[in-house]
Write a new protein. Structure first.
Length: 235
């Protein structure tokens, strides 16, 4: 785990210049990975929560949190039991905190301007089996992550004046009609009225969304949708 932590150039990750301290991110993660008791875990938490990945006093989260989340989950999964609660608590805090406007998005394998909260949620879903096995706390984290859904379009067909978009839904699309962000080639467009037409069944990710007032050509295969409210989660 230490090699993975040291492989990250924490200073190259953007963050609020008055609050984000890259050295705290690196030192805090190394300390938490090595923690062997509750006191050491608490010391690591003070580094990470005081400017490393979040700034607890202002309820702010930095882009570094999205990079740190898989490392924190590794610590929770393979580190000392004393560090598990601290690691999970930091991920929970990062998911629920608010970024600053110009530091609210990160580049990932599935998008170049993904809201920080959605990137954190993606990492949580990748550890579903582990988190579900932790009981109530793990299931609560997964439930919170589900609200930060992602939909990848695979095919679209016209349906009257609307479009039926078929693809893979990660997380849970809420009931009703909602505004969403459409990400295509680095560009973001807000679609005002999108609803779940057919939900996934039997453990599949396959779903269908209805996009009101849009033509199939506006929704190309490979485009990704995120909740518009996640893009608006800023201080």
């Amino acid at each position: 785990m230490l090699d993975a932590i040291d492989a990250v150039d924490w200073g190259a990750i953007p963050g609020h210049p008055d609050w984000y301290e890259p050295a705290r991110a690196a030192r805090g993660l190394r300390a938490l990975a090595a923690a062997a008791n509750l006191v050491e875990a608490a010391e690591a938490r003070s580094l990470l929560g005081g400017g490393g990945i979040v700034h607890g006093h202002s309820a702010a989260v930095f882009p570094a949190a999205a990079v740190a989340t898989p490392l924190l989950l590794d610590i929770a999964q393979r580190g000392h039991p004393a560090a598990r609660g601290t690691a999970l608590g930091l991920v929970d805090e990062a998911l629920s905190s608010y970024p600053h406007g110009e530091y609210s998005r990160v580049t990932t394998s599935y998008g170049t301007a993904v809201p920080v909260c959605c990137a954190i949620a993606h990492e949580l879903r990748a550890r579903t089996a582990f988190l579900a096995g932790l009981g109530k706390r793990g299931r609560s984290l997964l439930a919170d992550a589900a609200e930060h859904w992602r939909f990848e379009i695979r095919e679209c067909v016209a349906d009257s004046d609307d479009t039926a978009a078929f693809g893979a839904l990660s997380g849970s699309f809420p009931d009703g009609v909602h505004a969403v962000e459409l990400h295509v080639g680095g560009e973001i467009t807000v679609l005002d009225e999108v609803g779940l037409e057919y939900p996934p069944v039997d453990g599949s990710l396959e779903a269908c969304l209805r996009v009101t007032g849009r033509r199939p050509g506006e929704l190309p295969p490979g485009a990704v949708l995120f909740p518009a409210e996640c893009g608006e989660r800023v201080h």
